[in-house]
Ligand binder design. Structure first.
Ligand code: ATP
Length: 569
């Protein structure tokens, strides 16, 4: 029945539409009359008698705050906690969350959500953990720690925290931060992050009734930029972290340092599975482990508690997908700020570069404020796209998306995130007979379109789903074939397989009946992480004595691998 799909009512704002699809209830408030809903045709008809200036444009992105009526019903107290890394911003916000009767923590990484859930449960505040790939419920919980994509904008909380809020300017994930900022219905909303986000957030929140206050923080421990370059690798000390930006150079540096025979290196970089990153970080932090040096990419900039005494930039350039470019001021500050964590054994943090010629950029960046953010990321909500599709029934998903992209370019405060990848995915899924909602889901799925195996995985999932409505993991992946990689290329492939399995798990939470093999995908993901760690353990210099390391993998690995022989697998 049409009335089940779309209801129209008059509100004080004018016409209010409530859409009841399979997604969360979603309301649109328009200040102007824009058309009428015809139950006969199940369509929204624009008022053709009105001139163009009075007709509402469904691709208009100037008022996204109106997409969240629950948050607009309350006057939120928004507290911005801003300052450099390691200044205690999150600590203050979390204290407030702990003492609230109900609340939600929204973090950019699963690791951070895990950490916060653990912290609250330890403090006897029952807290659920919800990420795109896992749900752990605790009895009686009124608190949740979630990855920001999972923030619920249809419940009311006493307190909410959005961590690393400056990520609303991020081209990949900015929309989730903007959605959480505008949509979370909490009496108190704590935003932690870089001061560069303050003017944009103040501007965006001018149109809400929220009260906004800003608290500035200073670093808890000094950060000292050294005047001399690092020099030789024989100068490596316990607690050093060498920063570089490609997997290849991470392994090259690890080998080089280990070949000196004095230190073993943990590694942390973005495409390592999160569990592996955490375990590498734990080994590095563990004073009794021999892995006392870290070689890492900018993935250390966020989320991990690391006992680093000195950051050494091996380069100040990074390939950003298009070209080699200098690191930006925020990137340099975020990475450098990881040295000298409060509560760790190093009383100050130091930072330097491998080459003397990079020192001026390091020093000037640490002394400059980060450029202020100008626009916040956004995605057209499904419901808007749906309504647009009713007006333009012949348009493909790609064409609908293009309408939105064109209009968002005109927006003063917002931009559509990751346009290129969205269009790439849209072009793939337009080939398959899928409904709009399913296409939208594949479009927002966490696929890495720069990774060939990962994008092939998405294509296969979408195609099989369109053809059969059921996607068995075995059809695209043979369990039992995973091996410890022997080369960096094989390692890269294993990391990509992990991404595909991760995508399957993500889809299984949203299309449960059609992606039924979540358990298998999760266990294979765990095997991938173990195999990657086995590679990391074996790679590089091997110390002859036996007391080298807790070689945790052997027993656990065999127990995991033995899952292959279960009948189900
Ligand atoms: N008042 C405090 N008492 C005890 N520990 C604190 C206090 N303030 C901060 N810390 C600890 O110091 C470390 C850094 O604090 P926190 O993570 O809050 O900093 P931050 O400014 O949010 O940094 P980042 O931007 O890196 O997240 C954490 O381990 C935190 O638990």
């Amino acid at each position: 029945m049409a009335s089940n799909i779309l209801r129209r009512k008059i509100s004080s704002y004018g016409v209010s539409l409530t859409f009841h699809g399979n997604t969360e209830p979603f309301h649109l408030y328009f200040k102007y009359k824009f058309g009428c809903f015809s139950s006969a045709s199940n369509r929204i008809q624009p008022y053709t008698s009105l001139n163009d200036t009075t007709r509402i444009d469904l691709t208009d992105f100037t008022c996204p705050h109106t997409w969240y009526p629950l948050a607009r019903k309350i006057q939120r107290r928004v507290i911005l906690h801003v300052g450099p890394t390691n200044s205690g911003k999150t600590h203050h916000a979390l204290k407030r969350l702990e003492s609230s009767s109900s609340g939600v923590y929204c973090g950019p990484l699963r690791l951070l959500a895990w950490e916060v859930a653990k912290r609250l449960n330890r403090e006897k505040v029952p807290c659920n953990l919800i990420t795109g790939q896992e749900r752990e419920e605790v009895e009686g919980a009124k608190h949740k720690a979630v990855t920001v994509e999972m923030a619920d904008v249809t419940s009311k909380y006493h307190c909410a925290v959005i961590d690393e809020v400056q990520m609303l300017g991020c081209n990949m994930r900015g929309f989730s931060f903007t959605r959480a900022l505008l949509g979370i219905a909490a009496d108190e909303l704590h935003l932690c992050g870089d001061p560069a986000a303050v003017p944009l957030i103040q501007e965006i929140l001018k149109v809400t009734k929220d009260e906004v206050e800003v608290h500035y923080y200073e670093r808890l421990l000094p950060l000292v930029p050294l005047k001399t370059p690092f020099g030789s690798f024989s100068n490596v000390q316990k607690g050093d972290c060498i920063v570089t930006f490609s997997r290849k150079s991470i392994y090259r540096l690890k080998k080089r340092i280990e070949n000196e025979g004095k230190h073993l290196c943990s590694v942390v970089y973005g495409s390592l599975p999160p569990e592996t990153r955490t375990r590498q970080a734990t080994m590095f932090n563990d004073a009794s482990s021999e892995f006392d040096v870290l070689v890492a990419s900018d993935a250390i900039g966020m989320g991990l508690n690391l006992n680093i005494s000195r950051i050494i930039f091996s380069t100040m350039k990074k390939f950003d997908g298009f070209e080699m470019r200098d690191l930006t001021v925020p990137e340099i500050k975020q990475i450098a700020g990881r040295a000298g964590r409060y509560g760790s054994k190093f009383p100050i943090g130091e930072v330097t570069c491998l080459d003397a010629e990079d020192l001026p950029l390091l020093h000037s960046s640490l002394n400059s404020p980060s450029p202020t953010l100008e626009r916040a990321g956004i995605l057209p909500p499904y419901d808007l796209m749906y309504m647009h599709s009713r007006l333009h029934p012949k348009d493909s998903f790609t064409q609908i998306l293009e309408h939105f992209l064109d209009n968002a370019r005109l927006s003063e405060h917002y931009f559509i995130v990751n346009c290129e990848d969205l269009l790439k995915v849209a072009a793939i899924i337009d080939e398959f007979p899928l409904g709009l909602q399913e296409k939208y889901l594949f479009c927002i799925s966490p696929v890495d379109m720069d990774d060939e195996i990962s994008s092939q995985g998405l294509t296969q999932f979408a195609e099989t789903y369109a053809k059969k409505g059921l996607v068995r993991l075995r059809e695209i992946f043979t369990p039992g074939t995973l091996k410890v990689p022997k080369t960096p290329a094989a390692l890269e492939e294993l990391e990509s397989i992990h991404k595909v399995l991760d995508l399957y798990v993500w889809l299984s939470f949203r299309l449960e009946d059609s992606f039924p093999d979540r358990e298998l995908a999760s266990s294979q993901k765990a095997i991938c992480s173990m195999l990657i760690e086995e590679f990391l353990d074996r790679f590089g210099w091997q110390k002859p004595n036996a007391g080298r390391l807790p070689r945790r993998t052997t027993t656990n690995m065999s127990s995991l691998l033995s899952q292959r022989s279960r009948p189900y697998l």
